[in-house]
Design a protein around this ligand. Structure first.
Ligand code: PLP
Length: 385
């Protein structure tokens, strides 16, 4: 057999490998630019220059000015800061928040906490393809609605939401709009202006950057109460000495991602369509989850009857292929299966979901290998052997 890499990585929605140029950039920073960016001396100024240049790079990529970018430890923190920060800043105006039924746990958990503190939260359902209808958002608006938080694209089944239209409706009513763009930034084109958002969360490790670093875009004029208190870094919105090597790595990954954006979208979409078509034709009782075309370039999320996602992940891992699958779906927990049940799929069925998320470094050969080993695995698991 032709040589294959030791292990096939098809789990880019969970995290991506770090690009060599990003590692290089971070290593240079760790070695040379150790200064505290708040200090006025040369090492401090050098570190600060990296910080400012990085804000410029991220800002340019999402069409906003660098002052509107706040670095955080990732999309979990960005979502927490956006949701708690805006709820607190606007609580005198009202206590109602709009969200969707398919948000990431790092948005749902802060919202549940706000509910326990007296906020009212409306969870907008999605259609069978995972799309949120902007008109449903319009109907959910009350006089006391202060914020909406709706993700740009779902991490499990990959549907891309009509954020620009939703944002337009919210803008007319003066409601702060946050979107979790962890799955989309540097994976599809993003423009904070065109999306009509006030707050946007991103995460470095979802676009070939390091883990533990992300950012929150805050539109000029949008108020956010800090959730951490300390020094005055980042205008006091998110104090703490900035992680310069991680920030530089994030900016480098963004720069490369922007440069290759169109080529990567085309490449990954072609791979995805190939995989989906072949899988649907070669396996029985399989169907695609999420929207057929309005989906993340690399997302292939399938439901297979009479099989457990967990078992498929384990078997594919034995065959040296990394994918993601859902485990049991309990009503109280936020598991991949609960996002899938929002599509109108029963709990029993949702347990048989498997997500293959591709990246630009994947090849047709890897997909062919997957397509060769996957059907026998499905048959084996279904026959209970
Ligand atoms: C990965 C992810 C997050 C969490 O990002 P971290 O940087 O790992 O905290 C949040 N939302 C979505 C949609 C994600 O895919």
């Amino acid at each position: 057999m032709d040589s294959l890499p030791d292990y096939i990585y098809f789990d880019h929605a969970a995290t991506t490998p770090v690009l060599p140029d990003v590692v290089q950039e971070m290593s240079t920073c760790l070695n040379k630019f150790y200064g505290n960016p708040s200090e006025p001396h040369l090492p401090g100024r050098e570190a600060n220059k990296i910080l400012q240049n990085s804000k410029q790079t991220i800002g340019k990529a999402m069409n906003c000015s660098p002052e509107q970018i706040i670095f955080t430890s990732g999309a979990t923190e960005s979502n927490n800061l956006a949701i708690f920060g805006a709820a607190e800043a606007y609580q005198k105006k009202g206590n109602h928040i709009i969200t969707s039924s398919i948000e990431h746990p790092s948005a749902i958990m802060p919202l549940r906490r706000l509910q326990r503190k007296g906020f009212e939260v409306t969870y907008i359902p999605v259609d069978a393809n995972g799309i949120i209808d902007p008109e449903e958002v319009r109907r959910a608006i009350r006089p006391e609605t202060v914020m909406a938080s709706i993700m740009h694209a779902n991490n499990i089944f990959g549907t891309i939401e009509p954020i620009a239209q939703i944002g337009n409706i919210l803008k007319e009513r003066g409601i702060v709009f946050h979107s979790d763009a962890a799955q989309t930034f540097c994976n599809i084109d993003i423009d904070a202006e065109k999306l009509n958002v006030d707050l946007l969360s991103i995460s470095g490790h979802k676009f070939y950057g390091p883990k533990g670093i992300g950012a929150l875009y805050i539109r000029k004029g949008t108020r956010i109460m800090p959730q951490l208190f300390g020094g005055g870094q980042q205008r006091g919105v998110r104090p703490g000495t900035e992680n310069i090597p991680a920030v530089a790595g994030l900016a480098k990954a963004c720069q490369i991602g922007q440069r290759n954006l169109v080529a990567n979208i085309i490449k990954v979409t072609v791979l995805r369509e190939y995989l989906i078509e072949k899988a649907l034709n070669s396996i029985e009782d399989i169907r695609l989850c999420g929207h057929p075309v309005k989906r993340l370039p690399g997302n292939c999320c399938f439901i297979l009857k009479n099989i457990s996602g967990k078992a498929m992940v384990a078997e594919l891992d034995k065959a040296s292929i990394a994918v993601s699958g859902s485990s049991a779906c309990a009503a109280s927990s936020i598991k991949p299966a609960s996002a899938i049940t929002s599509l109108g799929i029963s709990c029993d069925e949702a347990v048989g979901s498997v997500r293959i998320s591709l990246g630009f470094e994947n090849t047709l050969k890897e997909i062919d290998y997957f397509l060769k080993v996957f059907p026998p695995i499905v048959n084996k698991l279904r026959s209970g052997l």
